[in-house]
Design a protein around this ligand. Structure first.
Ligand code: ADP
Ligand code: MG
Length: 321
């Protein structure tokens, strides 16, 4: 059995990269960072609890990836550049066979984004993984939830619903064949934080949020904070590769309120349409125009022929926990 300090030294300590903001990393009472002059710090925490946010026997490589990915997704939704993170871990036991692949999955994604692990805390307890990320954004350029304006286009990145479809398969709500599961499962286990898109949308988008609890609910946060409403073209929502093959009702249900997508939903002025497409292309992430922001409060759902849907977003997903 590894001691706490052996464990930290072996799996979670690396020398700071020479060109980074980190003046002192893991090992002292605090890490020391040198913020870039004039930049604002964007800070966010997300905690993942075994049995609640992931299956306790989840593959540790993908779990390490996912825990950091959901935090980087918050920086993406703010238009912030990731710089560093801390990791607070409660572990039932210190097993090298779990810790090694967990740290490998996490640090590989960290390296992809130049986001350094600068500290944390480790304790015995029910498996819980809590990360705080730090990012940088120029003043006035963060993509805030309260910045949507009536008349804006509404956009979403990537595709929606496949993570929820994979969860449905594991819960035996819907059987998936091996091919469908191979398409859907990576969306649940290894989400891609849309960091490059968030950065490219600075100065173009108004409001943004990352979709963790389902598009309808998360868009609701933008509407509430911005004191506006929206109209959504439900049948224009881009369904994931596996969900695309399913019937219209399931497509609507899981694209609207699936959850765990970690795509960006954002608003931008109509005159910025070309700029949005160019930003998306530069970031290598597809975007789809899905509706518009209205002065009238509330969320209106339209079908492909422009008729109002009778269902409310909540009525689409009875299985959310
Ligand atoms: P303290 O008791 O002063 O809080 P700790 O003994 O908890 O210090 O941690 C020692 C060092 O290891 C600190 O620099 C802390 O940030 C770091 N650390 C602890 N746990 C982790 C972890 N899971 N990942 C990265 N760094 C960690
Ligand atoms: Mg400590």
């Amino acid at each position: 059995m590894l001691s706490e300090f052996e464990l930290i030294a072996r799996y979670f300590s690396r020398p700071p990269a020479p060109d980074s903001r980190t003046a002192l990393g893991v090992g002292d009472d605090c890490a020391l960072m040198t913020p870039a002059p004039g930049m604002q710090l964007a800070i966010s925490s997300d905690m993942l609890v075994a049995g609640r946010h992931f299956f306790p026997d989840a593959d540790p490589v993908m779990l390490g990836h996912k825990c950091l990915a959901v935090n980087l997704s918050d920086l993406a939704a703010m238009g912030a550049q990731p710089i560093a993170f801390t990791l607070a871990l409660a572990l039932p036991e210190a097993r090298a066979e779990w810790l090694e692949p967990f740290s490998r999955g996490m640090l590989a994604l960290a390296d992809e984004h130049g986001c350094e692990l600068i500290g944390g805390d480790t304790t015995k307890g029910p498996l819980t993984i809590s990360i705080t990320v730090f990012g940088e954004v120029p003043p006035q350029q963060a993509l805030r939830r309260d910045a949507a304006r009536a008349g804006d286009d509404l956009w979403v990145s990537g595709t929606l619903g496949d993570a929820r479809l994979a969860l449905a398969a594991y819960r035996q709500e819907y059987p998936l064949n091996a091919e469908e599961l191979a398409l859907a499962a990576p969306r649940m286990h290894a989400p891609t934080p849309r960091v490059a898109l968030g950065l490219a949308l600075r100065g173009i988008a108004h409001a943004a949020i990352d979709i963790s609890d389902g598009l309808a609910g998360d868009l609701g946060h933008i509407l509430q904070r911005s004191h506006v409403g929206a109209t959504l073209d439900v049948d224009a929502l881009p369904a994931g590769a596996a969900l695309q093959q399913r019937d219209l009702h399931l497509r609507r249900r899981f694209t609207l309120s699936g959850g765990d997508d970690y795509e960006l939903c954002f608003s931008a002025p109509v005159r910025q349409r070309d700029a949005v497409y160019n930003a998306a292309q530069a970031a290598g992430t597809a975007v789809t125009r899905i509706g518009s922001i209205d002065a009238a409060l509330g969320l209106r759902l339209l079908d492909a022929s422009g008729e109002a849907l009778q269902e409310t977003p909540d009525s689409f997903d009875h299985f959310r926990s």
